[in-house]
Design a protein around this ligand. Sequence first.
Ligand SMILES: NC(=O)c1ccc[n+]([C@@H]2O[C@H](COP(=O)([O-])OP(=O)(O)OC[C@H]3O[C@@H](n4cnc5c(N)ncnc54)[C@H](OP(=O)(O)O)[C@@H]3O)[C@@H](O)[C@H]2O)c1
Length: 153
Amino acid sequence: MAAIDEKRGLADNRGIPWYGKLPTDIKHYHAEVDGGVILMGYGTYVELSKPLPGRNLVASGKAEQLRPGFELVADAREFLKNTQDNVWVFGGAGLFASTFDLVTDLRLTQLEGDFHCTKFFPEFHRMFILTSQSESITENGITFRFETWQRRP
Ligand SMILES: NC(=O)c1ccc[n+]([C@@H]2O[C@H](COP(=O)([O-])OP(=O)(O)OC[C@H]3O[C@@H](n4cnc5c(N)ncnc54)[C@H](OP(=O)(O)O)[C@@H]3O)[C@@H](O)[C@H]2O)c1
């Protein structure tokens, strides 16, 4: 699951450029994840002030201790290969890059425009098929839509 701009940008060096500007995206996120299991990279964990609803797993080969409400996963690939749960890979760029071949479905918030990001979502167009998309929505001057993609057989 990710929100990306036209260049597949996820974030710049200060964080997510559209952070706090897309309330409908936040609602959509909560409806999709619905208190399930999310797996985030350590870089994303550092930016979160508190856990998100649901089970918050943090991938890190280095971290020893995390704040309350977060659980450590030392090897995200092994975890994803062995879990019986439906896990939402939540990003950021480093975690997406290291686990992308294990992902079966994408839930993307596709933003119009280039937000000059420095961290990017993996190239996916050739490997996945667009299976549904919402109407465009504009909030705070930003136009976006929700898309579902499935890995090609
Ligand atoms: N637009 C969006 O939808 C979206 C979503 C999420 C995050 N973001 C943004 O993305 C940015 C963070 O991205 P990032 O690339 O800097 O960091 P990141 O992907 O959140 O975290 C990278 C770290 O995760 C750990 N990691 C990655 N793959 C692993 C694996 N296979 N097994 C174990 N640990 C693994 C490593 O931690 P160690 O070095 O500790 O081993 C790695 O340094 C933030 O600004 C965040 O806000 C954007």
